[in-house]
Design a protein around this ligand. Structure first.
Ligand code: SF4
Ligand code: SF4
Length: 218
């Protein structure tokens, strides 16, 4: 099987002898037996940590969950600084989450019932793989856009009775937030956790309008 891997200035082709490897197994084979200099990230090998997200033939996915095919072209995630080859600087995700001013009182006396937990369960499944941020076309137009996984996280906390300062969060997402989304669903399409970030943003837009915020584009 032949894989083409984007390594910055040029694409490098690797011939691999493994039968039916996952893409991550192919990367490991390359590094151990063909080219020790290949840079890629991984940790759990089982779709839990999100570290091995890359783009394959233009689509974001987890390398550990994808069966490699001969001729595949692999690139690093978009919209992040590249550290080396397929490794990107995901510290940006922490910075973006901080910008959204999300906070929760872990010692809150508010108790949650099963209904409360249902309201946040989907969004809580985010593994911060950052695939959605890479796929988002709104970032091509506006690099300060908070992006899909941050807004999904905002909805998760906006729906949590223990969240502090939800007004602060709702204020924060008015600029570089919900109104910059073009509602294209590209984020939803690539999420390995089946989180619907586009729908989460729609919910935040409805919540904002009900709280008296106005669409600045109107
Ligand atoms: S729906 Fe919005 S957040 Fe999701 S990819 Fe499209 S523009 Fe980006
Ligand atoms: S919302 Fe989905 S695609 Fe985006 S970071 Fe979380 S798990 Fe990854």
């Amino acid at each position: 099987m032949k894989l083409n891997i984007d390594r910055g200035d040029d694409s490098q082709a690797y011939e691999i002898q493994l039968r039916h490897p996952t893409l991550l197994q192919a990367f490991i084979e390359i590094r151990e037996n063909i080219d020790p200099s290949l840079g890629f990230d991984y940790a759990c090998k089982s779709g839990v940590c999100g570290a091995c997200a890359v783009r394959v033939n233009g689509e974001e996915l987890l390398a550990c969950q994808y069966d490699a095919r001969s001729g595949d072209s692999i690139e690093p995630l978009r919209n992040f600084d590249i550290i080396k080859d397929l490794i990107v600087d995901k510290n940006l995700s922490t910075e973006l989450i901080k910008k959204a001013k999300i906070s929760i009182d872990n010692h809150s006396s508010v108790t949650l019932d099963a209904g409360d937990e249902t309201k946040t369960i989907e969004q809580s499944n985010c593994i911060l793989c950052c695939s959605c941020y890479s796929a988002c076309p709104a970032l091509d137009e506006k690099e300060d856009f908070l992006g899909p996984f941050v807004l999904t996280r905002v909805l998760r906390y906006a729906n949590d009775n223990r969240a502090e300062a939800s007004k602060t969060m709702m204020d924060t997402i008015q600029k570089n937030g919900i109104w910059d989304c073009v509602l294209c669903s590209a984020c939803t399409d690539v999420c390995p956790q089946y989180i619907d970030s586009k729908e989460d943003i729609v919910q935040l837009i409805k919540k904002s309008l009900s709280l008296g915020y106005v669409d600045p584009r109107a």
